[in-house]
Design a protein around this ligand. Structure first.
Ligand SMILES: C[S@@+](CC[C@H](N)C(=O)[O-])C[C@H]1O[C@@H](n2cnc3c(N)ncnc32)[C@H](O)[C@@H]1O
Length: 263
């Protein structure tokens, strides 16, 4: 991960001819939505639920906060983002300030399994490409449950295990196997159901992910410039990580899934 993320993102956008004062959330979203299909998938997921202005939302493992800013700007929600990485939180705050969303988004460095928020507080909790980084799923989802209001929703978009075949590392979320904690779709459902969540829907996002990744990889080989955002987030071996992810999806070792649960 690069240490001067914010400045690098700014430089990359300014290189396209847009000056700092004109940068909007849509322009930063090429850099700050760190999940397969980026902004497009967030737009799809959030359009399916009823969000009211001032709904209280929590994004666990928010990264640079792209989805938080979308929820704040498009739906008027008050959004809290939590991430383990101090650097990501710093960049998330700077990006929100850059696009004038600092009053609607608040970012805190913390572990998603140990939240400082009061119980019964949020209308919606989201995680996108995060749970595979966290070993103790019960602790993670117990915290989601604790901070959600009764009747609140939990939305996930995640990488899940589909077969026991070995993955090739590095992958976008980890450099080696020791830090990757994949569970299957079935295990995720059991974990959430045993905590009292009710499943509303789920969608296999694997084919859409494959189509996106295959075209992205082909373009990146032709025009390495389009990897700028990914390199800022994943390092200089971003293309290798993305290619390994694509291959694992293609080989059916993992799947991409989104879903909504209600408390
Ligand atoms: C692949 S990124 C996804 C970021 C963001 N959700 C997005 O989609 O743009 C995974 C994020 O999870 C964060 N993370 C990993 N373990 C965490 C934990 N225990 N608590 C909070 N954040 C965590 C990482 O720092 C990283 O920013």
């Amino acid at each position: 991960m690069k240490s001067n993320q914010y400045q690098m993102i700014l430089d990359a956008i300014e290189k396209t001819g847009i000056s700092k004062i004109d940068i909007t959330r849509k322009q930063t979203s090429a850099y700050d939505e760190f999940h397969v299909r980026g902004r497009a998938v967030s737009e799809e997921l959030f359009s399916k639920i009823e969000l009211k202005p001032n709904s209280q939302v929590l994004d666990l493992g928010c990264g640079l906060g792209g989805s938080c800013r979308m929820l704040a700007e498009k739906y008027g929600c008050k959004v809290n983002g939590v991430d383990y990485s101090e650097q990501h939180i710093k960049t998330a705050r700077s990006l929100s300030k850059l696009v004038g969303l600092e009053d609607k988004t608040e970012f805190v460095q913390a572990d998603a399994t140990q939240l400082h928020y009061p119980s019964d507080h949020f209308d919606l909790v989201i995680t996108q490409h995060v749970q595979m980084c966290i070993e103790d799923k019960t602790k993670l989802y117990s915290e989601v449950k604790r901070v959600l209001k009764k009747g609140g929703r939990f939305i996930y978009y995640d990488v899940l295990k589909k077969s026991e075949n070995k993955l090739t590392f590095p992958l976008p979320w980890v450099d080696d196997e020791a830090d990757s904690f994949l569970i299957s779709s079935h295990e995720l459902k059991n974990e959430l159901s045993s905590l009292g969540f009710k499943k509303m829907n789920s969608e296999d996002q694997s084919q859409k992910g494959l189509d996106f990744l295959s075209s992205f990889i082909a373009k990146a080989k032709d025009k390495p410039m389009i990897l700028t955002g990914q390199k800022i987030l994943m390092g200089d071996n971003a293309l290798k990580k993305i290619t390994n992810l694509y291959q694992a999806l293609k080989d059916g070792i993992i799947r991409l899934e989104s879903g909504t649960y209600k408390l």
